[in-house]
Design a protein around this ligand. Structure first.
Ligand code: PLP
Ligand code: ZN
Length: 397
């Protein structure tokens, strides 16, 4: 029997246990993904912290507080707005705005935990592949901790605002002539060959521990939430949602189990194919969508994520780029705003309402994963401007 407040790594396939000092995140016996497990202490919160570390006993109970590398991430706002409710067809729709985190996306919640763990293990270099937000976050937290970050960027596939964050925070940028999936394969290659680079992609199970707090906060605030929708790319966040729900249930904080609605873009929907086709294995695809943060064809966390969809009785939905941009416009015009990938959550809920799978009186929360300034190309294409003379003519007409 492990003592209270202990943590270990466990293979999701064969259950093999490993010490948390291990830096490889696949099982030696069966190549299954590893997850963090804890014996939870009596107290589930840490009163002197807010945000992510408020839940320290549920995410890294034994970590010395002095080791924490934090920018005060978490405790983001939960919005409601009549016009977005009307757009989605759900009268009490709530939006959890993760774009309000320090580097502008939910990635900060996982990064504060993973980089704290990197420091605990004495790492001096971090590495990740990224569609943009992971690298922005990894670069910031690595700099804060005084270690170097290396980011593998699929050339031409990352929005300039995200890339400029990584550059500004001092990351070493490594160009990958291809897509995110190729960059991710290269990170796996680095991991096989060297222990010197601490991996900050969501295959690192500490990322998932931090990201659980998005869903802890939603469940705390919305006692009767029936659906939680989120965009799905590499599937770390879908995995985090399920783990958070299971653990809140296990320690008796909730009775009902919210259903996870995992939303993919049509042009990057291998997880939808897996779920809808009841396939045994995920078949990678070549990814193409305007929503660059979910432009991923071979998601590393699919085995965790499908388990969580099934556990919560949830669904995987796919939406077109048009539907994503329509939802983004509704969210933007409400004065809230988000990046394109984030709007997939609202687009997915709207689709399920139209299909009669969600009732307008059901309670639902949509996670807005990233800030409006993260990916502005679609906004600029859309902008109609008027010359000053036209404006004056209107004024004097
Ligand atoms: C990373 C990211 C996603 C996808 O999350 P996964 O955990 O990879 O499924 C969605 N939206 C934004 C804005 C992101 O940065
Ligand atoms: Zn195993």
């Amino acid at each position: 029997m492990a003592a209270n407040g202990e943590s270990w790594l466990s293979c999701i396939k064969c259950g093999q246990k490993y010490s948390i000092s291990r830096r490889k995140y696949v099982c030696d016996r069966c190549r299954g993904l590893l997850e963090v497990k804890h014996t939870f202490p009596e107290n589930h919160t840490e009163k002197e912290f807010h945000g992510v570390w408020h839940y320290k006993p549920l995410i890294h109970p034994s970590l010395e507080k002095a080791r924490i590398v934090s920018r005060g991430e978490g405790s983001t706002a939960l919005y409601s707005h009549d016009s977005v409710s009307e757009f989605s067809g759900i009268s009490s729709l709530r939006m959890k705005h993760e774009g309000e985190n320090p580097t502008g996306s939910f990635k900060d919640r996982g990064m504060t935990v993973a980089v704290s763990e990197a420091i605990r293990l004495g790492a001096t270099e971090t590495v990740c592949a990224s569609t943009g937000n992971t690298s922005a976050s990894a670069a910031s937290y690595s700099a804060l901790a005084g270690i170097r970050s290396n980011v593998l960027i699929p050339t031409g596939n990352v929005s300039p605002s995200k890339l400029s964050q990584a550059i500004a925070y001092g990351a070493r940028i490594i160009d990958i002539p291809g897509d995110f999936d190729l960059a991710m394969e290269n990170v796996a290659r680095i991991a096989e060959n060297s222990q010197d680079y601490y991996i900050l992609n969501s295959i690192n199970p500490w990322r998932i521990e931090g990201q659980k707090t998005i869903f802890f906060e939603i469940m705390k605030e919305l006692k009767e939430c029936r659906f939680i929708a989120l965009p799905a790319g590499n599937l770390g966040n879908t995995s985090a949602a399920g783990k958070a729900i299971r653990e809140f249930r296990e320690i008796g904080i909730i009775d009902n189990i919210p259903e996870i609605i995992s939303v993919q873009a049509e042009g990057a929907s291998p997880f939808y194919n897996l779920w809808a086709g009841a396939m045994e294995k995920l078949e990678p695809v070549k990814a193409s969508t305007i929503a660059s943060a979910i432009r991923i064809g071979n998601p590393v966390n699919w085995e965790k994520a499908i388990r969580e969809i099934r556990y919560t009785g949830g669904k995987v939905v796919r939406v077109s780029d048009r539907e994503i941009l329509d939802a983004k416009r509704a969210i933007d015009r409400a004065g809230i705003g988000c990046e394109p990938a984030s709007a997939a959550s609202v687009a997915g809920l709207k689709k399920l309402v139209e299909e009669g799978q969600i009732d307008r009186n059901d309670s639902a929360a949509a996670v807005l994963t990233g800030n409006i300034l993260k990916d502005t190309a679609s906004i600029m294409e859309d902008s109609a401007r008027i010359p000053m003379e036209t404006f004056m003519r209107e004024l004097t007409a």
